[in-house]
Design a protein around this ligand. Structure first.
Ligand code: TXA
Ligand code: MG
Length: 354
């Protein structure tokens, strides 16, 4: 019986992959799981198909897409440069996986995909479903996160459905994404490796592996080098999201309690114990301890789902989230949280980098 159900699953999966491949070959868009977040995929070399991605998401035209490949040989047709030693080294270690590398773009890639840039962002994702679809079609797939532009990124098929139902013909369900935040986007074309967007592979990991410093582009004075997409308010729930740290705890609690007279507030924290029982007695505050400080990847995995869930919960008035030190994957997590909260930061009024 176990064997039967294994084959049944395999048949169902093959059928789903074939259906997705067919839509993509016809120039349609399809929601597909990756290890980071769900992507909204289209043939990266078909300008009409790529335009449908922007339409479905309501994405600004000047924000370029990442192109996904399943085999390294597919890189050749997309780029107009010799692959550097550093690129080879990074690809052999981190692909398939959440690392996106910027290359000089080949002419066959339409400007729709690169949003007019001379460069192209490429990655090899680590999810069997999207890899199977790429192999079946033989196409490089342009795919941004499969959310409505500005909303929290989708880490479950249901999130994609909630945002894009009626706008796209198919979503493949590959379960909840393992990493939960998007890929790290890096530029290795000049001497110093720059992270344009922090993500699933941490800066420390890259720097340790390469044996050199890896800098965060947003720390540079020249903001031009940033990924175009980083200038937008992003990842945001509809409800107010506040960032706090424990030096502000009393102020935060006071604010939270004011709101809690009407509705509940949710506090996302690793330090449940820091909130004393009597402070919370009879108060409508929901403490969500969803990660521990030594395991920030737990928060990365759940962050977007939590934001979406709390947003949809009518009993919750506002959301508070504990600020983490930006180390390891927490750098990517806090990057998303700052953007989602925009100006709503208690510890640093006006924080966020928009
Ligand atoms: O994990 C991920 O990267 C997910 C999954 C689906 O693969 N994709 C994703 O795509 O996050 P998107 O479109 O939501 O974000 C792409 C980021 C944006 O910040 C964009 O500006 C940047 O990559 N980007 C794309 N092409 C670029 C280029 N040529 N130069 C600089 N930044 C680029
Ligand atoms: Mg996105």
């Amino acid at each position: 019986l176990a064997l039967d159900s294994f084959f049944l699953e395999k048949l169902k999966q093959d059928a789903a992959v074939a259906e997705a491949a067919e839509f993509l070959q016809k120039g349609e868009v399809v929601g597909l799981p990756t290890e980071t977040v769900y992507g909204l995929a289209a043939d990266a070399l078909n300008p009409k198909a790529v335009r449908k991605i922007f339409q479905a998401k309501g994405r600004p035209q000047d924000n370029p897409l990442i192109v996904h490949i399943a085999k390294k040989i597919q890189l050749q047709q997309l780029i107009n440069e010799d692959i550097s030693e550093k690129a080879e080294k990074l690809m052999s270690k981190f692909w398939p996986g959440p690392l996106t590398i910027i290359f000089s773009k080949n002419k066959i890639v339409p400007s729709e995909t690169s949003a007019g840039l001379e460069t192209i962002a490429v990655r090899m994702p680590a999810h069997p479903l999207i890899l199977a679809v790429i192999e079946k079609t033989g196409l490089p797939l342009a795919a941004p996160s499969a959310n409505t532009s500005g909303f929290p990124s989708p880490t479950r098929a249901r999130h994609v459905y909630n945002d894009l139902k009626g706008k796209i013909p198919l979503i493949l369900d590959g379960g909840s994404c393992q990493v939960g935040v998007e890929s790290t986007v890096i530029d290795i074309r000049s001497k110093q490796v720059k992270v344009l967007r922090p993500g699933g592979i941490s800066r420390e990991e890259l720097s340790q592996y390469l044996g050199e410093e890896v800098i965060l582009a947003s720390d540079l004075k020249d903001k031009k080098v940033l990924s175009p997409g980083m200038k937008y308010r992003h990842y945001a729930p509809q409800k107010k999201l506040y960032i706090f740290n424990f030096t502000d705890k009393n102020y935060v609690l006071k604010q939270a309690l004011k709101k809690a007279e009407i509705k509940k507030v949710a506090i996302i924290t690793a330090r449940e114990s820091k909130f004393e029982a009597e402070e919370l007695a009879d108060k409508k505050i929901e403490i969500l301890k969803v990660f521990s400080h030594d395991q920030p990847e737990e928060l990365a995995q759940k962050l977007f789902h939590l934001l979406r869930k709390l947003d949809a919960d009518d009993s919750i008035a506002e959301i508070y989230i504990e600020e983490l030190n930006s180390e390891g994957i927490a750098e990517a997590v806090m990057n998303r949280v700052y953007k989602a909260a925009a100006a709503e930061k208690y510890s640093q009024p006006g924080g966020g980098d928009n």
